[in-house]
Write a protein that binds this ligand. Structure first.
Ligand SMILES: Nc1ncnc2c1ncn2[C@@H]1O[C@H](COP(=O)(O)OP(=O)(O)OP(=O)(O)O)[C@@H](O)[C@H]1O
Ligand SMILES: [Mg+2]
Length: 228
């Protein structure tokens, strides 16, 4: 499998002079296409900071980041947002759906930035919501859906553009065990279909669902472990 993500000596600091805080310290990370990687670490270890950098939502202080065969370091804001829209699907702990939009409108939104006909957008949106088992909730608003259902809408939204990478930050963190299980079995299906997934968690049991666990502590990679 070819390399999708190649991070070398990635460092992120905040502040300056005596107040400099190193949040990520010389991170080296390689993720191959089709891998399902968990990034595991305690609160404050730098997981979300790393996710935001991998997702091109945030910059870094030094080091190198290549995505596919593209060096993302030199891209402008406009190029980065286009790149994100095409290549990366995000899932967050708090779902981050737009409350005034229906399930279908939330999922359709990323497609509006791409040149697709309305008919194609509707088709892909409905297919994606059916894929996550919500074909009967198309016109429900977020506050009319359970947490697990909202997270499945968020997954449909993340996947509707067919991104190369799915980035999830504590995707089951706000869910009960049954709904968490449902989300994880969806991740297993996506992995089996060849999707590359990076999932951030502080929960070892959730991390063990992945094929590889990257342990992060104090902004460093402590060890890596292959699960299966
Ligand atoms: N904008 C910022 N300015 C200064 N420090 C920051 C900033 N953002 C994050 N940090 C610091 O970076 C460190 C790592 O934060 P991060 O959010 O990446 O942790 P995390 O591993 O995701 O934690 P959690 O499990 O609680 O979500 C923390 O010590 C935090 O205080
Ligand atoms: Mg976090």
């Amino acid at each position: 499998m070819s390399t999708l993500i190649d991070v070398q000596s990635l460092t992120k600091t905040y502040g300056s002079g005596d107040n400099v805080q190193t949040v990520l310290n010389e991170i080296d990370l390689e993720v191959k296409e089709g891998e399902f990687v968990a990034i595991l670490g305690p609160s404050g270890s730098g997981k979300s900071t790393l996710m935001n950098i991998l997702g091109c939502l945030d910059g870094y202080t030094s080091g190198r980041y290549r995505f596919g065969n593209k060096d993302v370091t030199g891209l402008s804001e406009a190029e980065l947002s286009l790149f994100r829209n095409k290549q990366i699907g995000f899932i967050f702990q708090q779902f981050n759906l737009l409350p005034r939009l229906s399930a279908r409108a939330n999922v359709e939104l990323p497609l509006i930035y791409q040149r697709l006909s309305k008919a194609d957008r509707i088709k892909r949106t409905e297919e994606m919501l059916a894929r996550v088992g919500l074909e009967d909730k198309l016109d429900h608003f977020p506050n009319q859906l359970s947490g697990g259902q909202q997270q499945r809408v968020a997954i449909a939204r993340a996947l509707v553009t067919n991104p190369s990478l799915l980035l999830a930050d504590e995707p089951t963190g706000a869910l009960d065990q049954a709904n968490g299980r449902q989300i994880m079995s969806l991740f297993h299906e996506l992995h089996a279909e060849g999707k590359t997934i990076i999932m951030i968690t502080h929960d070892i049991d959730i991390a063990k669902e992945a094929t590889r666990i990257v342990h992060v502590r104090d902004g460093r990679i402590e060890k890596e472990e292959r699960v299966r």
